[in-house]
Design a protein around this ligand. Structure first.
Ligand code: FES
Length: 160
């Protein structure tokens, strides 16, 4: 065996070892990198169709509070937020108002005795349709699209 054959064999073994090492690193490493990066590429859209239960839960003509929790995903960060809306059933239709005051986002409360929504933070009053009656809010309560399907109320929710 000559010196050049020995060097050639050593180089060959070195190249094959490096090649196999690279392939093994790629097979193990690429899925691991994908697994670690995947959450960063995901972001929740903030839109959802929320089931608000059977229509019988909502007495005719009386705004009724419905609360739910949404989890927002932003990369590795998950945030759970609670929301509230008032569902008003009138015959075969429903209308839905956010319970968030349009002034500084305090929670408004429906009063059966007064027949209006009241915001405790700065004494704002909204009528049954959500229009501002008095106080500092710059606009009516936010309205959300809603429907009744197969006896259940659905709310089209958009994070905002
Ligand atoms: S936050 Fe409702 S009136 Fe100010």
């Amino acid at each position: 065996m000559s010196e050049s054959d020995s060097v050639g064999r050593r180089e060959f073994v070195g190249v094959v070892t490096a090649l196999l090492g690279s392939i093994m690193a790629a097979v193990v490493g690429l899925p691991a990198i994908g697994y670690m990066l995947a959450p960063a590429l995901k972001a929740s859209t903030g839109e959802a169709k929320i089931e608000a239960g059977p229509v019988e839960n909502y007495p005719e003509g009386t705004p009724t509070l419905f609360t739910f929790t949404r989890t927002k995903v932003n990369g590795w960060e998950k945030t759970a937020n609670s929301y509230g809306v008032y569902v008003l059933r009138q015959g075969d239709t429903v209308s839905v108002l956010s319970n968030r005051c349009t002034h500084l986002s305090c929670r408004v409360k429906w009063s059966d005795s007064e027949g209006d929504y009241h915001c405790p933070c700065h004494d704002a009053v909204f009528d049954k349709q959500g229009k501002v009656v008095s106080g500092p809010p710059p606009r009516p309560l936010d309205s959300l699209p809603a429907s009744i399907e197969n006896g259940k109320v659905y709310i089209q929710w958009k994070e905002g």
